[in-house]
Design a protein around this ligand. Structure first.
Ligand SMILES: NC(=O)c1ccc[n+]([C@@H]2O[C@H](COP(=O)([O-])OP(=O)(O)OC[C@H]3O[C@@H](n4cnc5c(N)ncnc54)[C@H](OP(=O)(O)O)[C@@H]3O)[C@@H](O)[C@H]2O)c1
Length: 315
C-alpha cells in the first residue's frame, strides 16, 4: 500500500504523513487506561493503523510510566512491517549529565525492543541542572552511535528551537522536528512565530492534540461528556461546545462532500500545511482507521482557507 509521506526535517527520514499518538496507551493519570479501554483495544488500534498503512507512532518514556513504550515494543514484534518510532526524553531535575541521557535512551530502546529509534525528542524545554548544550550534545552523540536517527524537541518556543538547532548544527546534526500543539482549535504556533521559524529552519512540525482531544470529532454533546481529566475542561462544557458549533458545522458539511468524518477533515487541514505531520491519538481500531482515512485525498485550497477563517472566529 502506498501512503503519502513527509520527511522529518528538510532532508531527513521519510515517515507516513500522519502518525498515531499513543499517550493514552497505558496512561491512567489523564486517560483512564484500564477503565473503558485496555490492552486489547490499543493493540487493535496498532494493528488497524498498520493495516491502513500508518507506520509512524509517537510515544514518550513518561506515557503510562513506560507502559506505552512497552506495549509498542510487544506489538511491533508481531508485525514484519518496519515501524518508525518517535519517543521522548523527560528533562527531570535529577538528570544532570550526559550519562543520564545515555541511560534514558538505553531504557527506551529496551522497552521498545529496538536497536534504533527513528526520532528522539526532548519533551519540554526545561533546564534544571543540565544545560541545553549538555543535553543536545549528548543526543548528537547518540546519533553518531546509531542508537537514534533524528533529534527533535517538543513544546519549544521559536527562540528556544533556534538555539537548539544552532547547538546541534555545531555537531553536524540537524534539528528534525518541534512537536507542538496545533489544530483548528489551537493555532498559537502561527501567532507566536513557531511555524514560520520552523519553516525557515527546515524543521518539521509534529502537530499534537490535532483533534483537540476529541472535540473536533464532533461526537461530544452537552449530554455526552468525555471521561477522565477532560470532564473538567471548559471547552467540553455546554458553552464551550456552543462556541465551536459553526466550525463543527463546516467540518460536517465538507465531510459530506468527500464522504469523510469531521475528524478526517480536521486532520486533512493539517496535512495540507507544508511541513506539518499530525499525530492524532487512537484508543481503538475504529479511531485508528478513521484517522488514517485523513490521508489519500485533499481539500481544495479554497476549503482550507474557509476552515482557516472560521477557526479563527471561534477560537
Ligand atoms: N509533546 C507533548 O507535550 C504532547 C502533549 C499531548 C499529546 N502529545 C502526543 O500527541 C498525541 C495526540 O494528542 P492527544 O491524544 O492529546 O489528542 P488528540 O489526538 O487530539 O485526541 C485524541 C483522543 O480523541 C479521541 N479520538 C481520536 N480519534 C478519534 C476518532 N477518529 N473518532 C472519535 N474519537 C477520536 C480519543 O479519545 P476519546 O475516545 O476518549 O474521545 C483519543 O484519545 C498523543 O497521543 C501524544 O503522542 C504530545
Amino acid at each position: 500500500m502506498t501512503v503519502q509521506t513527509k520527511t522529518l526535517g528538510k532532508d531527513g527520514v521519510s515517515v507516513t504523513a500522519l502518525g498515531l499518538g499513543t499517550w493514552a496507551w497505558g496512561d491512567k493519570l489523564f486517560w483512564n487506561y484500564g477503565d473503558r479501554y485496555g490492552q486489547e483495544q490499543v493493540e487493535s488500534a496498532f494493528t488497524a493503523g498498520v493495516e491502513a498503512g500508518i507506520t509512524f507512532f509517537d510515544t514518550a518514556e513518561v506515557y503510562g510510566l513506560g507502559e506505552s513504550e512497552n506495549l509498542l515494543g510487544r506489538f511491533m514484534k508481531k508485525t514484519a512491517q518496519h515501524i518508525d518510532i518517535a519517543t521522548k526524553y523527560g528533562p527531570a531535575p535529577w538528570r544532570f549529565g550526559g550519562d543520564a541521557v545515555h541511560d534514558a535512551v538505553t531504557n527506551s530502546l529496551k522497552r521498545l525492543q529496538l536497536n534504533q529509534i527513528t526520532l528522539y525528542q526532548v519533551h519540554w524545554p526545561f533546564t534544571f541542572l543540565m544545560s541545553q548544550e549538555t543535553l543536545l550534545n549528548a543526543l548528537a552523540e547518540e546519533v553518531k552511535r546509531g542508537r537514534i536517527t533524528a533529534v527533535g524537541v517538543s513544546n519549544y518556543s521559536a527562540e528556544a528551537m533556534k538555539q537548539a538547532a544552532d547547538i546541534l548544527a555545531k555537531k553536524g546534526v540537524p534539528l528534525a522536528v518541534n512537536q507542538v500543539q496545533y489544530s483548528l482549535l489551537y493555532r498559537n504556533i502561527e501567532r507566536e512565530g513557531i511555524k514560520k521559524t520552523a519553516d525557515d529552519l527546515g524543521v518539521t512540525i509534529l502537530a499534537y492534540s490535532p483533534l483537540a482531544q476529541g472535540l473536533l470529532t464532533g461526537k461530544y454533546k452537552p449530554d455526552y461528556k468525555p471521561d477522565g481529566a477532560r470532564k473538567l475542561d471548559p471547552r467540553f462544557s455546554e458553552g464551550g461546545l456552543k462556541k465551536i458549533a459553526p466550525l463543527l458545522d463546516l467540518l460536517t458539511q465538507l465531510g459530506q462532500k468527500y464522504g469523510k468524518t469531521p475528524a478526517q477533515v480536521s486532520l486533512n487541514w493539517l496535512i495540507a500545511k507544508p511541513n506539518v505531520i499530525p499525530i492524532p491519538g487512537a484508543k481503538t481500531a475504529q479511531q485508528a482507521k478513521d484517522n488514517a482515512g485523513a490521508l489519500g485525498w485533499e481539500l481544495t485550497g479554497e476549503e482550507v482557507k474557509q476552515l482557516d477563517e472560521i477557526s479563527l472566529r471561534v477560537l
